[in-house]
Design a protein around this ligand. Structure first.
Ligand SMILES: [Cu+2]
Length: 385
């Protein structure tokens, strides 16, 4: 695990070496997804209508594409965690927000901020590009690594399957993810404010009033916008129910119904237009609206929910990859523009497998080729929902 040793070195402030990993193809034990039965697990899912049918069956990753040294940790849905597992995850996030910053980003006070600031600095280069989905995969996996190796968390990064919540028939105010006692807290109170993009039916905008990330227990230390100067403020949310509904199984199916990486990743982001659905926008703007932290393109990782939202997008990608008939292709092929929106390559070329992802001082650079397989230098898989 030379690669993660280098990440550990970066944790300790040591020199960072870059990695040029290749896709190993050796048999590996794949952990069977074990489902923990616990009375405290959320049962709202019983309301899920049977009409929601995923287009793709659940994959069984082929052992022949997995690194022999990797016994993957299994990422589970937030609503399936026990209350004890939930509180351990939240405690680890709070712990990360107390660890001394290593990024050198001006306003960053702690490692949680280092992640937010790293995303903020790179926002103009990592969205509507070919590397969007793999940049965010690496970013979330590195966050998971820090939670585990710096804050004693023993689980995997949970995901928020909003398509399930959307299909439950419950109003989003009642979704378990927003519980102030066992979740991330809910909407902020309504506050008038600028809404330059015309987010429909925004209902909040103020500080998240309760739960583990309420001010001043938890502070967002940079932003809004592209400033990474120190500006401590409260976590805000601004629910927009019409935009949250974009996170549906129907829209996931539309993203899945694509022949190759380039078309897949383009559909995942779709276009920045609030009248056209996209599943990436559901978690960001359904929760963040116009004034919420997670709706701020630069500072969205300032809301701890960011990581559960992006883990779900990564799961959608993972399932699509492992369901493709041509696995060598879906574990090696990349495309899409280097310059945002340059889908016709008028300004630059397409990314290639050797294109380097950089997440600043948080981890060594990694080529796209090393991030396509979640059981290579990364080492995780997903539990069946
Ligand atoms: Cu992003």
């Amino acid at each position: 695990m030379r690669f993660w040793r280098a990440v550990t070195a970066s944790l300790l402030g040591l020199a960072i070496s870059s990695s040029a990993a290749v896709l190993p193809r050796c048999p590996a034990p794949v952990a069977a997804p074990a489902l923990e039965e616990d009375a405290s697990a959320d049962t709202a899912g019983a309301l899920r209508p049977s009409t929601v049918t995923p287009l793709l069956p659940w994959p069984t990753p082929s052992k022949s594409y997995c690194n022999a040294r990797c016994t993957p940790i299994v990422r589970k849905s937030w609503r399936k965690l026990t209350n004890t597992e939930k509180s351990k995850y939240i405690a680890a996030v709070q712990c990360l927000a107390k660890k001394k910053s290593i990024s050198g980003i001006p306003g960053a006070q702690n490692i949680f901020d280092d992640f937010q600031g790293t995303h903020s600095e790179q926002t103009p280069a990592i969205h509507w590009v070919g590397h969007f989905v793999l940049w965010h995969r690496y970013f979330v996996a590195t966050y998971e690594y820090y939670l585990r190796n710096l804050c004693g968390y023993t689980g995997a990064q949970p995901y928020w399957d909003w398509e399930y919540d959307n299909a439950s028939g419950l109003d989003m105010a009642n979704w378990s993810i927003f519980s102030p006692t066992t979740g991330f807290g809910g909407n902020g109170p309504y506050q008038a404010g600028d809404n330059p993009f015309g987010i429909p039916d925004r209902t909040g905008g103020g500080c998240v009033p309760s739960g583990p990330f309420a001010f001043p227990k938890f502070t967002v230390n940079m932003g809004p916008g592209n400033s990474t100067g120190y500006n401590p403020h409260c976590l805000t949310r601004d629910f927009s129910r019409p935009l949250m509904k974009w996170g549906s199984q129907t829209n996931i199916n539309w993203v899945w119904d694509t022949p190759d990486y380039g078309h897949f990743t383009r559909r995942l982001e779709n276009v920045p237009d609030f009248t056209i659905p996209n599943i990436h926008g559901s978690g960001h703007f359904g929760v963040g609206g116009a004034l919420g932290t997670i709706g701020d393109a630069f500072n969205s990782p300032g809301d701890p929910l960011f990581y559960l939202h992006h883990a779900n997008l990564d799961r959608v990608f993972w399932q699509w990859q492992w369901q493709k008939k041509n696995l060598p292709r879906s574990l090696s092929e990349v495309s899409g523009p280097i310059i945002p929106f340059d889908y016709n390559n008028l300004s630059g070329g397409n990314v290639t497998a050797s294109f380097q992802i950089n997440i600043g001082k948080l981890a060594p650079n990694a080529p796209l080729s090393a991030l396509l397989n979640t059981q290579d230098i990364l080492c995780y898989t997903y539990e069946k929902p």
